[in-house]
Structure formats: C-alpha cells, structure tokens
Design a protein around this ligand. Sequence first.
Ligand code: CTP
Ligand code: MG
Length: 541
Amino acid sequence: IFENFDSLLTKRRCQAERSIVVEVPSVNSLDHVLHSCCAIGQVSSLFHYTTFNKYVNKHKEMLLVEFSEPISAREMMLYCPTSSSACLPVRSPFFQYHDQRTSPAPLRQSQSLSTDNLNRQEQVEKQKIFRENLLSDKDLKQSIFSCNSISEQMKLFYDKTKLTDLGSRLRFLTCRQVEVALAGPLPHLSALPFGSSVNGFGHCLSDLDMVMQLEHSELVRACPEWAESFVLQNASDTAFGQQRVSSTRFLELVADVLRSTSPGCTQIVKVLKARVPIVKYHQQLTGLDCDLSINNWSGLYMSELLYQYSALDARVAPLLFCLRLWAKEAQLTSQHPGRWITNFSITTLALYYLISLRILPPFELLKKHARPEDARVAENSLDCSYLRSLSRIAALHSPPKATRSLTLEDLLLGFFSFYDEFDFRKHGLTIIYGKTFIKPDSSAMYIQNPLDGSLNVSRNVTLEEVERFSMAVTRALHSLHQDAPQTSPGWGLLSLWSSSDHRPLQAISLDWNLIFNNDVKKSPPHSAEHSSADSNVSPQN
Ligand code: CTP
Ligand code: MG
C-alpha cells in the first residue's frame, strides 16, 4: 500500500520504463533469451506468461523482462531493427525473439559484463521467473468450498482473483506502448491507467481504462498568473484549438497511429460520439481490452478516491470483489454499457454502506482537509481537490471500536440487509456526507457523484433494473441466511454463484456502422452483443 496514489503511479510507470516484453518461440528458449538480455543490461526480474488470442485461437509464450536501468529498455527500442518491409522505423516495448543459438548474441562494447558475471547473474535471475497461473473456475470453486467460513471464502476469492503484480506491470506497459508510439509529436505525453486497474478493485481479467495527459502535470499545475493573459496565436481558430473537435480529431489520429505502428493493437474501434470519446482496442500481446480516452481527468481522480477508500481498510476490497461477483452472477451488471447498474455504482453503494457504519470517512472530511498540494482541477474546471495522504486520513478518522470486529461475512450480510430495506423510489444517497436525501428528479436510482454533486452516477439505470437489483438483494440475503451445512455443494459464497432462474440481460444485436463510423467496417467490435440504444451512453454521467 502506498501513502498516496501518485506514488503508486510513479513506481509502476518507472517499472514500465525499464521493462520490455518478448514473445519467445517456446518455453525451452527462456534460458537463451535471458542470456541475451543479460548481455544488454542487468536484469532485475523476469515473468513468464501465456496469452491466448481468442480471435485466432492461438497461444503465445511471452516473457516480461525488467531491467535495472531504463536505458537498457530504451536502447533495445532504439537498436533492434524493425521488420525489413517497414518503411518507417517503429518503436515499441514489444519484441519477438529469434533463436540465434548457433551464433550467440555478441555483447556490444558499451556493456562490459564478463562471461563470469553473466553466468552468475543468470543463476540469480533464473529463480525470478514467475509463471502466471490463473485458477480455473472449477478449481476456484473447489478451494472456496473447502473453506471454514464465509469470511474465509471471501478472502480467498479476493486473493485468488485480484490483479497480480504481473497483471499490473502489463497494464502499465500497455500504457507505455501508447507513449512510445506518440513520443515523436508529443514527447511529454503520459498515458495513465485508471478505473479498476488502479483503484484497488481490479480483477485479473478487468479491462484497461487509460487516459492520455498531453502536458507535464507540473507545468499545468504551476501555471504562473501572467500566463492567463496570453493565448498562443491561432490556438482558438484551428481545429485543435477547439476542445471538443480537438479531442475527437486527436483520438482519430491516435487510432491511426496505433493501427499503423503499434504491434499487438487489434480490433481498433473509435467511439467518438460518446460523451467521453474513446478508442477501444485489444492488445493481444498483453491480452488486455483497452479503452483509451483523453482529458477524462475526473475519471482518474475518481479512481484515486476509490484507491484511497480501498486502502483505508483491508475489508473494503474483498467485500467489493464479492459484491461485483454477485452482481455479475445475478446478471445485474454486464460488460457493455446500458440501462443496468455498473460496477462503479455497486462500488459507490458499498462505500455508502461502509460510511454509514463509520468504517470509512465521508468524502466531505477529505475535501475539508485538502492541502495546497492536493489541489486538482479536472475537465470543465471541476474542482477535484481532496486530501491525498492515507496516514493523514487515518489520523483524522477513527472508526468506532464496535465496527473493528465486524467480519467480512457480517459486512456482506449487512450490505444486503441495508439495501433490502432501502427505498430507492423515494431516496437518493451521497458518499459526500454519508446521508440520504429526497430524490431531486425521477431517476429510478439516484447516487450522487462525489466529485460533481450535480450528477447522478446511476442515471442510466431503469426502474425495471432497480427492481431486479432489489429482488437479487433479497434472494442473496435468503441464500446466505440458509445456514446450509459446509458439506452442501453451494454453501456460503458459492450460493451467490449463478443460478439459472434469473432472466438474462437481453442481447440486442448491434449495427456498429450506424452508430459509430465507417471505421468499424475494417475492425470488428469486441463482441456483437451490444445494445444499439447504448452507443452514446458515456462511462461518465
Ligand atoms: N467513472 C466516473 N464516473 C462514472 C463512471 C465511471 O468517474 N459515472 C470513473 C471511475 O473512476 C471508474 C472509472 O471511471 O473507476 C472506470 O469506469 P468503469 O470501467 O465503468 O469502472 P471500473 O471501476 O473500471 O470497473 P470495471 O471492472 O467494471 O471496468
Ligand atoms: Mg473499467
């Protein structure tokens, strides 16, 4: 756990700058790749993983190599030749390894590693090869079945499915690829992950949300007063001088650059008409589905807030994991946007419940104690300043003693009991004050957005979906209360796993060409199961 979100981003971004990914012909060549990497620079860690390309039904053996110094990764990008058929030199942290066993890779003069050193380093580094083995659904259920309590099941589910160190590294490396691809025209660009990749609620299979920052944040924050009097000549009468046009044009450019220069980026789709325009793509070399946006600062600052809440109490993340699982299995959530509740709304409901127990502080407290260094302004001049120091928050807020002994099981049951009683027809709720209020409009569910109090996080949710939510809550409460013996196959947390009597979300086939743009013709979408009504629903409300 880091003292604040920025330290997490800095550490992971530095790691990504020192890292590369190599596709290897087979596991048998790992030693040889390691030997070759040691000739380039000192290797600090190695991770072996396998990607499965669902579009061509093929496995690839991959190696993530972290060097001790960023120069080694940079030199590799600089010196390794691009394919002989390419007319532009292409830079990327993704490589393919060609076995040169008959003629070992020569050491360049700048590396003065003796053969002895190499051998010694190899011995050490060989032990640092980690293999990413995800449990199958069946094995996971078996392990959960063998637990002694629901709390133990919840903790195990969290430990076995949360984002791993390698998962996190691959996410930051996928961001790094975007930075490298655009470094020519935009040397100060940062691509930052947000959402469940960094907010503490990341599942190993979660999508990657990314936001691009075009200038150094220090430059933006330290803008002197006189700079407000000057605007660059022509800035407002060019396409790039107008915010809306400029961000969609820029994203079009980014999509083209990724398509033409960045290995592994496939299924590229521009979703420019959404309220937050994005480029969607699948990065096959890291196995990640990506949503790339620009200027979505509030999304990033919201993730930072969730990160802080998840880090304040060790029970928050396991509880959220189980609630997200329950919502998925009860088919309340879907990977596609629509009229249903989202994981983000479920998260806010859970935070509200924990704030009402005073396990977590209301957001108001964090806002009140913001220091000058916590000042942040998001798009549309939205003030996102709040205290960004875990130790200070912990010093300001001490949960009542009685809540400390509440187990994960208590909290899970408590969540369901709480929302079983909650009157969504009448009341809205807010984590700013940890209070309910009379709904100001006819939305079926009203959860105030903590960063922008005028917005409702669950504006998209229909009455029918709220009813399904309430019914699922009652059903969950009932299943968990059943006191099924620990020998019965679906005891405890397993009872929240899918049962066939729920009505599935309707799959409406989508005509992407009508909704987005012609580009889609060239790149099929990730899935055909999208609702045409949802094309312009933004991830932001
Ligand atoms: N977000 C927001 N306001 C919303 C919806 C989303 O600020 N109305 C921000 C939140 O920071 C959220 C992030 O955008 O974490 C990404 O949204 P989404 O992908 O929907 O949620 P995740 O937390 O990433 O969950 P999932 O695993 O379902 O992707
Ligand atoms: Mg997400």
